[in-house]
Structures are given as structure tokens and as C-alpha cells.
Design a protein around this ligand. Structure first.
Ligand SMILES: [Zn+2]
Length: 555
């Protein structure tokens, strides 16, 4: 998912907080309230925990004329422990029509967005079972894709239907029935989509075949041979034309396929040259593209874009920057198409390594926001990447922590993008060895290959491989909104220094310039002393560290 323009609610909340007296100011910071529906959606309920997804076959008809979707999802699963009730999710106004196992219709109880299916056949540990879910209706229309979930029903400039799904956060169950929690992914998936003849549907993975039906529709079958997260599954329907190229990458020949609207072909052929450049840079930093078997695709859509696995969607208007703007204000952001680089970066952090709980969404967005800098670093040099990362600090709000609330489908602050990128940039300074840092990024993608993870796993990995206790570091940047201040004072030849505005026992090495000469300090929250410094020494912190300006105290 992409950084959104400033959230209206946040502005409103901030404005209200300002109107109120000081005593009430903290109200905006109070924990949000959650409902039973949030828990059903966001937690691994007992009705989810007992079965492990192995395969989905989503088989649907999409009708742009009346904005409906109908069809079925075959769900294959492995029984982990015996249990007779299964939770499936589907959000109104979509309706579950019936659930069938072994030819027999099952009893289903609806509780809001969740359906509880009573299984009749005893579910034995280790068994591989399946059932079919029939459903249909008019799915929610996205009012602000991709930030609000749903289907976008539009028409291209020639009047042809131009339709796409996007549903991160709100959930895939907006338009198809599934186990709508991120911890579990099917090992593979077949997506069959029937659309009116003349239109093309592009989904994830590789196109297996196209069937012409007697009812005036064509069915496009797309097969994904790798685990895929719910929100990564997508449909894109339009008057598409295709072109492609082969990229000689780290793991062999990668098929890169591009699906764009008919009249955008020439533009796209010129503009998508950023794709091989992206692969070059990101394979260097992150390791092999994680889905060679499923190919890489860029698919034009009627909204900005989204990291759909192996079918990255694109709607940035064939221009560089983020909708033509440089988010960093340094000029470097206009050297590349933000959506191509950012959404492709997610193939490593989001699709290869996937959060279990959306509260840990920084794992997707912080690394991916930083991938923009790593792209610049690779093609234009480290200084370019540094300037870009530092430039994006002006978008940081420090309004609430980056990590959200667990088990209720709640994500943290939008700071997970650019503050997160600056946190990783700061960590890279601490490592102070770019080859080692690159090895860690590649190691993450290798060791957590195709896995869903928690923040503890990622924080632990980074600590282990940097050889540092990073507990307080992550508490500071992910779980607190304060930005460290280095206080110092000079008393004759002694220079004392410490961190303030930090979590308890915070410690972090920092590179400073004393009278212009680079020196490393290891400050904690207690005063430390550097002896034998010249009188009137100036101290400046290396600007690559995301901390506040050093504060000189009078001695
Ligand atoms: Zn993103």
C-alpha cells in the first residue's frame, strides 16, 4: 500500500484537539475502541486456528454492466487439530449463498462479516479436505482506491470497462470469501475470471488458458504457484494489450510482462524501462526476485497502484515521481517512477516477507519506502539515496506509534513509511558497513522466504545479525513518538553527553563531528564524558541519523 495524502480525520482530530483546552489534548492519543467484528477479523480465532490453507480456486464472473461478482471459491485445507466449525469471511453487501462439502450443503451461521460453517464429516488431524463456497452480489465500491478497499468500476477513454480490485486493510473478503487473516496463506491458487468477450482479465501468476464461453464471456485462468497473501490477490479487467521482455536476473531468466490499455502501448514501452533498472537495484540489495516461477507483471489500473503479488498494479500516469511530485523535495524523487519502484519493492517486503498482523505493517512499508533510496543509491550513488531519505523527513508526523494494536486489524501511524525508512537508514549508519547491511537485507529475504512473520522475528533477526541489542532502538522508533535529543555540555576540557526525550534506558551510538572531525559516541541516558577536548568545541550530529539537533547546555 502507498503513503496516503494527509488523512482528513487526522487533520480534523488535530484541529479539535487544538480547540480544546490543554487538559483534553491527550484525548486524540487515546486508544481507539474495537468491536467484536474487529476481533473476528483481526485475530486467529479457534475457528481459524485448527486448519491450514493449502489451495484456493476462485472461480468468478465479473459483470461490469451491473457491477456484480458471482461465483465460488474452492478451499482446500489441512486439518491441524480436530474441530467442526470453520470461520470464513465475506463482507456485506456480498452474500454467501451456500457452502458445500462432499456434495452436501452445510449449515452456516452469519455474524457480521464472519460466517461459521458447521462441518459434518469428522475433521481428522492431517487430513486434506476441501469445500466449496458459493457467493455473489454487488461488492463495495472503493471511494478512494487503493486506500479504501473495494472494486473500482470505471471506463477508459474509449468507453470500455476498466475495472480493478484493491483491498489492503479492509480485506479481500470485500469481494471474495476467504480466511481473511494474514497469518495463513494458501500454497498456491487458481484464479478464474469470466468477463464479457473483448475484455481481458489479468490476475496474479501466469496465464494458463483462456476459454471462450457460449454466454458471450471469456474465462481467464491465472495460476499462482507460490504462497500468496489475501490482499495480494487481484482482478484487473480492461481493453488490455500486452508486451513483455526477459530480464537476466540472479535466479535466471525472469519473464516481465506488461498489460496496458490499448492506447497507452507506446507510452508504456518507453516508460517501463524503469522495470529492469528496478530489478537490478533491488536484487542487488534484497536478493533474487522472490517469484520467478510466477513471473513479474506490471498492470495498468484506474487508481494509483498496489503491490499485488507478481501483478504489480500501476496508475501513476506514465510520469516520474509520485504523481509527478518529488516527495523528498531534493530532486532525486523525479529520477524514477515512484509507483514502479515502490510497489515492486513490496515483492520482497510484503509478498515474500509478509506481516502476520497488520499492526506490524512497518515490515512492509518501512523497508519498501527505504527501497526507493536503495534504488537511488544503486544507480546514482549513496549520497543521492541519503539526500532522498533525509528529504522525506518533512512528511513525518510523529502523531502516534508506527506499530498498531494487535488482533483487531489495526495498523499504526502512516509514519511507517518515511519514519520507518529513516529508522532503517539510521540502523545502516550504526552498522557502518554497507556490505554487511546489504547481507542482512538479503538474509532477511532468504531466511524468511515466503513466510508470514511478526515484528519480534524481524527485530530479533536485525539484532542478531548486527550484533547489537536493539530492544530500546525499536521501542523508540516503532513504539514511541519522541525523537531523541543529544544533550551535551562542555566543562573546561570535558564534554558530557546523553540522550534525552527517549524511552527508559535508551542507548544508541551516534556519529558526530567535533570541530568538523568525525567521532563516534555511545550515549545512553546517563551522562558520559569525553575528556581532553578543546575549549569551545562545536558538536554536530551526522545528518544521516534520524534524531533532533544536538542541544548544548550551559555548564
Ligand atoms: Zn507501500
Amino acid at each position: 500500500m502507498k503513503p496516503s495524502s494527509r488523512n482528513k480525520n487526522t487533520i480534523l482530530t488535530a484541529a479539535l484537539a487544538l480547540l480544546m483546552l490543554g487538559a483534553f489534548e491527550t484525548q486524540a492519543q487515546q486508544a481507539p475502541t474495537f468491536t467484536r467484528q474487529d476481533t473476528l477479523r483481526g485475530s486467529i480465532t479457534p475457528e481459524r486456528a485448527w486448519w491450514d490453507l493449502s489451495y484456493y480456486h476462485l472461480n468468478i464472473q465479473v459483470n461490469p454492466a451491473d457491477s456484480t461478482i458471482k461465483g465460488m471459491n474452492t478451499i482446500q485445507y489441512k486439518v491441524l487439530e480436530p474441530y467442526q466449525v470453520m470461520q470464513l469471511d465475506l463482507q456485506p453487501p456480498m452474500q454467501m449463498k451456500k457452502v458445500v462439502q462432499n456434495g452436501k450443503q452445510l449449515q452456516v451461521t452469519q455474524d457480521g462479516n464472519a460466517y461459521f460453517v458447521k462441518l459434518e464429516v469428522p475433521q481428522k488431524t492431517g487430513a486434506l479436505n476441501k469445500l466449496e463456497v458459493y457467493y455473489g452480489g454487488k461488492p463495495q465500491i472503493s471511494v478512494n482506491p487503493p486506500w479504501s478497499g473495494g472494486i473500482t468500476w470505471k471506463r477508459d477513454e474509449r468507453g470500455n470497462p476498466f475495472v480493478a480490485s484493491s483491498n489492503q486493510g479492509d480485506g479481500a473478503s470485500l469481494w471474495w470469501p476467504c480466511k481473511d487473516h494474514m497469518y495463513d496463506e494458501p500454497d498456491s491458487m487458481l484464479i478464474s475470471v469470466a468477463v464479457p468477450k473483448g475484455l481481458t482479465n489479468v490476475s496474479n501468476g501466469r496465464q494458463r488458458k483462456v476459454e471462450e464461453n457460449k454466454d458471450g464471456t471469456s474465462t481467464f485462468h491465472w495460476f499462482v504457484s507460490n504462497p500468496i497473501n489475501n490482499y495480494g490477490v487481484n482482478i484487473n479487467i480492461g481493453d488490455y494489450v500486452h508486451f513483455g521482455e526477459k530480464y537476466q536476473g540472479e535466479k535466471g531468466m525472469l519473464d516481465c510482462d506488461y498489460w496496458v490499455l490499448r492506447d497507452k502501448l507506446e507510452k508504456a514501452k518507453a516508460h517501463f524501462k524503469d522495470v529492469p533498472r528496478t530489478m537490478q537495484a533491488l536484487e542487488h540489495w534484497f536478493g533474487p526476485y522472490p517469484f520467478y516461477e510466477d513471473s513479474y507483471k506490471l498492470v495498468e489500473v484506474p487508481y494509483l497502484g498496489m503491490e499485488h503479488q507478481s501483478s504489480v498494479t500501476y496508475g501513476n500516469g506514465y510520469q516520474n515521481g509520485y504523481r509527478g511530485r518529488d516527495l523528498s523535495g531534493t530532486g532525486w524523487g523525479l529520477k524514477f517512477d515512484f509507483i514502479i519502484i515502490h510497489e515492486t519493492g513490496h515483492e520482497w517486503f510484503a509478498n515474500n516477507i509478509t506481516y502476520k498482523d497488520v499492526a506490524d505493517m512497518w515490515i512492509h512499508e518501512s523497508f519498501t519506502a527505504y527501497s526507493e533510496s536503495l534504488f537511488l543509491d544503486y544507480h546514482y550513488g549513496t549520497l543521492a539515496g541519503n539526500e532522498y531519505t533525509i528529504g522525506k523527513r518533512k512528511t513525518i508526523r510523529n502523531d502516534r506509534p508506527i506499530i498498531g494494536y494487535y488482533d483487531v486489524n489495526h495498523s499504526g501511524s502512516g509514519d511507517m513509511y518515511n519514519k520507518g525508512a529513516n529508522m532503517l537508514h539510521t540502523l545502516r549508519q550504526i552498522v557502518n558497513d554497507d556490505e554487511k547491511f546489504r547481507g542482512i537485507l538479503r538474509g532477511l529475504n532468504k531466511d524468511f522466504y515466503h513466510q508470514t512473520v511478526t515484528t519480534q522475528q524481524i527485530e530479533g533477526y536485525l539484532a542478531e545479525h548486527t550484533g547489537r541489542d536493539l530492544t530500546r532502538f525499536f521501542d523508540q522508533y516503532l513504539r514511541d513518538t519522541r525523537i531523541p535529543v543529544l544533550e551535551y555540555r562542555q566543562d573546561k576540557k570535558n564534554l558530557s553527553y546523553r540522550w534525552t526525550n527517549v524511552v527508559a534506558d535508551f542507548e544508541m551510538p551516534v556519529k558526530v563531528y567535533l570541530n568538523g572531525k568525525a567521532t563516534w559516541l555511545e550515549p545512553g541516558t546517563d551522562w558520559k564524558v569525553l575528556k581532553k577536548v578543546k575549549a569551545g568545541t562545536t558538536l554536530k550530529i551526522d545528518s544521516n541519523f534520524y534524531v533532533q539537533e544536538a542541544k548544548k547546555l550551559e555548564s
